[in-house]
Design a protein around this ligand. Structure first.
Ligand code: FMN
Length: 179
């Protein structure tokens, strides 16, 4: 099975999760880059409101073809209660027609209506949403959730039988990337 793990990350949490998924399932990793770098203040004030209005940001031209893959993982943070604008842009610009998509969202306080919105974006793109997973991060200690994180282990145990119905046990052993 060919798997693409496409992610957007501002402070690195989503990247860590994307890397872990890539390694675990032997996928290809693709980073969604915004064309303009966001400052710390800029992201706080503009980023959240852009996301909340479901805007798309400008991203570098998509240089991966999702049509070459059986399954697509999309990994991104929640901003202003919605998936980050770069993810919206990727869904709009990449050819996801007919793609089977799983969403992974990093956030501090849960998904709320972001899941419905994400579902709608995928539907508009002609993609099929398979499932959505939430990874809760803490403001103080963003990376610490990875150290022996039960959250990730639980996701992999739930996800593996969906991806590999016949030999899911093989994927229950958790391998953690060094960084
Ligand atoms: C501009 C901005 C807005 C955010 N808004 C939310 C929010 O509405 N709800 C939430 O749970 N977390 C929110 N967060 C927290 C991030 O989703 C969380 O820190 C995430 O782990 C960051 O992922 P990243 O390191 O991949 O960028 C926000 C973070 C930023 C920078």
């Amino acid at each position: 099975m060919k798997l693409l793990v496409a992610y957007y990350s501002h402070t690195g949490d989503s990247r860590v999760i994307a890397r872990q998924l890539e390694l675990h399932y032997n996928g290809d990793l693709y980073c969604i880059h915004e064309t303009q770098k966001r400052s710390r203040m800029g992201v706080r004030f503009k980023g959240a409101s852009q996301a909340n209005r479901e805007e798309k940001s400008q991203i570098e031209p998509v240089s991966v073809d999702p049509q070459q893959y059986d399954v697509i993982f999309l990994v991104a943070p929640i901003w202003g209660t919605m998936p980050a604008p770069a993810l919206h842009a990727f869904i709009d610009e990449a050819n996801l027609k007919g793609s089977k998509v799983y969403g992974f969202f990093l956030c501090r306080s849960g998904l709320g209506s972001a899941e419905e919105v994400f579902h709608q974006w995928l539907e508009d793109a002609g993609a099929e949403l398979q499932d959505v997973y939430t990874i809760a991060t803490s403001e103080k200690n963003a990376k610490s959730f990875l150290e022996g994180s039960q959250q990730i282990d639980d996701i992999l145990v739930d996800l593996s039988p969906k991806l590999y119905p016949d030999d899911a046990e093989e994927f229950f052993v958790i391998k953690r990337p060094n960084k």
